[in-house]
Design a protein around this ligand. Sequence first.
Ligand code: DC
Length: 230
Amino acid sequence: MSTAAPVICLDGPSGVGKGTICLAIAKRLGWHILDSGSLYRITALQVSRLFPGTNVISINVQQLADIANNLSICYRCENDELSVFLNDENITQLIRGEEIGAKASQVAAIPEVRKALLDRQRAFLQPPGLIADGRDMGTVVFPDAVLKIYLTATPEERANRRYKQLKDKGIGVNLAALVEELRLRDERDMNRQAAPLRPATDAIIIDTTTLDIEQVTNEVMYWVNQRISH
Ligand code: DC
């Protein structure tokens, strides 16, 4: 990759806390953020709007790739929150639901969709640097990244965290259903042919099961300080 700006990749399964840690690290370093999952979620939202009630597998892959190619997206970081706009519509909350997450995981399994989103993801790399959050940041999108972190936690712990998050927002959910949903999503993301979720061979693996946000942030910052002078 012919750019002087460094990249830090933060990969890992759903609900492991990548988004929160990315924001914390980006804030400390003053770097840009790529929330690559949001691109798959926005694609899923647009697919469900253009093909309401249609199963993703019955839609022509070229049509899906065209949707991914033609998204007009804009991100704004306000009050420590990343807001997402599609054609000037604020869709931040709309794309956060479990249903869109599951659909995102389905569209993300389609190689043509992944290819359509590749350059868009790489274009986020701007000085002074980028923190990239996703599943294949270190393996496919930014293989030359200066630091690759892979966060893990047990499905039960990740479901618990999501459960608390949703409960705090006043959204009632069933914990057992969340665990099952996460297992299904892990299975699809890890076993697909195109860019499956797995740690890059040169990634540092951090098990966050028993750590809080501050502890994970500090651990990541330790590695940032080892690898990057800033
Ligand atoms: O990180 P997230 O939950 O917002 O991601 C939603 C889905 O998108 C996830 O289940 C798998 C997919 N995804 C992917 O395949 N590759 C990425 N780099 C990011 C997300």
